[in-house]
Design a protein around this ligand. Structure first.
Ligand code: HEM
Length: 414
C-alpha cells in the first residue's frame, strides 16, 4: 500500500490561511502528487485535486458530509442542520426541495427581477458620479432574491439584511473580526428568516405557492414532519445568502471585461456570453475547497482512506489544473467553445450530480444572473474605470478586487 505524501509541518492551518487558494496546489506540486495529507485545525486531512479526485469525492458510497464542516463554518456561513450536512435519504429529500425551486421559468423570473432592479437604479448611478460595484450589486441582488422568494422586505430593512448576508459570506475562512461579524449576521438573519417561516405557518404572512419561502415553510420531511423553525430558517437563508454572493462573480465579470475589452463586443453573441461566464467561474477564486469524511475505510489507487478521515477537494486547484485546463492561469473563454460539459472538471460550485450529491443547487441561477449582469455592463451602460486597486489577493478567502470595482461617469446607452 502506498503512503499518501504527507506534509512535514505539524499543522498547516496557518499556512493555509496565509497562502489561501493556491495552498493545496502548491503542496501537490511540491510532492508531485494530486493527493497529499496534512493536518488542518489539528485534524489529519487528506487534500486532493483534479478530475479523478473530484469523481472519487462525489461518490456518496465512500464519503459523507455529517461532521465534515468545521463548527466555525457552521456558525457563520452555512448554519447547522441544513442540506450541506445531510446524507442519504434525508439529503435526497431536502435537495429535491431546493431543486424544485430551480425550474427554467423560475430562474428566468429571478434574472428579470435582477435586470429590473439594475435598470431602476441607473438614474441614481448617473447622478452619483462614483459607484462601487460590489456593495451596489449585492444590495440589488438582496432585493431581487427576496422578491423572488416571496420574502417581504421593507425599504428601511435593505441595508441591514444585505450587510448581515454579506458578513456571513465574508466570514467563511476567517479567524478575525470577520468571523464575529459573520456570527452576528447569521444570528440576526436566522431570527428574521425564522419569523418569516412562522408567519407563513401561522397565516399572518402569505407568499405565492411556488416561492422559496412558501415551499420551505411547508416542506415535510420523509416522515411527514414540518422542518423545525431553526432549520427552515437555515434553508431559506441557503437560497437568499448565496444569491447575494453572486455579486462577487459579477465583480469578477466586470474585472474580466476591463482586462479583456475585446470581449465587450463578443459577449453579444449567445455562445460567447456562455463561454465568458464559464471562464469567469473557472478562473476567479470563490470557494477554495469542499469538505467530506470517509464513510467507511477503502483503498483507492493504492492509497488507504481510513474511516472518518476528513477529505478536502481542492475546487480552485481543480479549476486550475494544467491537465484539465491548458494554460490555466490565462483567462481564455474560447476554451469553452464546443465544451460538452464535465461534472468533475469545472467545479467552482462543486461537482457530480445535482440531486444525487452536494453539487450547488444554485448553479443555473448563478449563470443566469451573471449573464444578466454582463448584458447590463456591455449593452445597457457605459462607464469609466478610474485608477484603483484591482488586484485580487489570493490569500484573502473569499477574494475580491481590493477596491470592490469602482466605476465613474455611468451613462445609459438607451
Ligand atoms: C455565488 C455563486 C455560488 C457559488 C460559488 C456556490 C458554491 C457552492 C459550493 C462550492 C457548494 C458545495 C458543494 C459541495 O459541498 O460539494 C454549494 C452548495 C450549495 N449551494 Fe451554492 N454557490 C453559489 C450560488 C448558489 C445559489 C445562487 C444558490 C441558491 C439559490 C445556492 C445554493 C446552494 C445549496 C442549497 C447548496 C447545498 C447543496 C447540497 O449540500 O446538496 N448556491 N454551492
Amino acid at each position: 500500500m502506498a503512503t499518501i505524501p504527507t506534509d512535514r509541518s505539524p499543522d498547516s492551518t496557518l499556512a493555509f490561511l496565509r497562502i489561501g487558494y493556491p495552498f493545496i496546489g502548491q503542496r501537490c506540486e511540491r510532492y508531485g502528487s494530486d493527493i497529499i495529507q496534512t493536518r488542518l485545525l489539528l485534524t489529519p486531512t487528506i487534500c486532493m485535486r483534479g478530475r479523478a479526485a473530484a469523481e472519487l469525492f462525489y461518490d456518496t458510497d465512500r464519503f459523507m458530509r455529517e461532521g465534515a464542516m468545521p463548527a466555525r463554518g457552521q456558525r457563520t456561513l452555512t448554519g447547522r442542520g441544513g442540506v450541506q450536512g445531510l446524507d442519504g435519504d434525508a439529503h435526497h429529500d431536502r435537495k429535491a426541495m431546493f431543486l424544485s425551486l430551480m425550474t427554467p421559468t423560475a430562474v428566468q423570473r429571478l434574472g428579470q427581477l435582477f435586470t429590473d432592479e439594475w435598470r431602476a437604479r441607473l438614474p441614481a448611478w448617473e447622478l452619483a458620479g462614483t459607484v462601487t460595484l460590489h456593495p451596489e450589486v449585492a444590495s440589488m441582488l438582496t432585493r431581487a432574491v427576496c422578491a423572488w422568494a416571496g420574502v417581504p422586505l421593507a425599504e428601511g430593512e435593505l441595508d441591514r439584511r444585505t450587510t448581515d448576508l454579506q458578513a456571513m459570506i465574508d466570514s467563511a475562512a476567517s479567524v478575525s473580526h470577520r468571523h464575529w461579524r459573520g456570527r452576528l449576521g447569521r444570528k440576526r438573519s436566522e431570527h428574521w428568516a425564522g419569523d418569516l417561516v412562522e408567519g407563513i405557518r401561522g397565516g399572518s404572512l402569505s407568499a405565492p405557492e411556488d416561492t422559496a419561502l412558501r415551499v420551505i415553510a411547508e416542506h415535510r420531511d420523509t416522515e411527514g414532519r414540518l422542518l423545525p423553525r431553526r432549520i427552515a430558517a437555515v434553508e431559506l437563508l441557503n437560497v437568499i445568502r448565496p444569491t447575494v454572493a453572486v455579486a462577487r462573480f459579477v465583480v469578477f465579470a466586470a474585472l474580466a471585461l476591463h482586462d479583456h475589452p475585446a470581449w465587450r463586443q463578443r459577449v453579444r453573441d449567445e455562445d460567447a456570453i456562455e463561454q465568458f461566464v464559464q471562464e469567469v467561474r473557472r478562473y476567479y477564486p470563490f470557494f477554495p475547497v469542499a469538505a467530506a469524511r470517509v464513510r467507511r475505510a477503502f483503498d483507492w489507487h493504492g492509497y488507504h482512506f481510513p474511516q472518518g478521515r476528513r477529505v478536502l477537494l481542492d475546487l480552485y486547484g481543480t479549476d486550475h489544473h494544467p491537465e484539465l485546463w491548458p494554460e490555466p492561469e490565462q483567462f481564455r473563454p474560447e476554451r469553452f467553445a464546443g465544451w460538452r460539459g464535465d461534472p468533475f472538471a469545472l467545479v467552482p460550485q462543486g461537482g457530480g450530480g445535482h440531486l444525487t450529491g452536494h453539487r450547488c443547487a444554485g448553479e443555473w441561477i448563478t449563470i443566469e444572473l451573471m449573464k444578466r449582469a454582463v448584458t447590463v455592463l456591455t449593452d445597457v451602460i457605459r462607464y469609466d474605470v478610474p485608477p484603483q486597486d484591482l488586484a485580487v489577493d489570493l490569500s484573502r478567502m473569499p477574494a475580491l478586487p481590493g477596491s470592490g470595482f469602482v466605476v465613474t461617469a455611468v451613462r445609459r446607452t438607451d
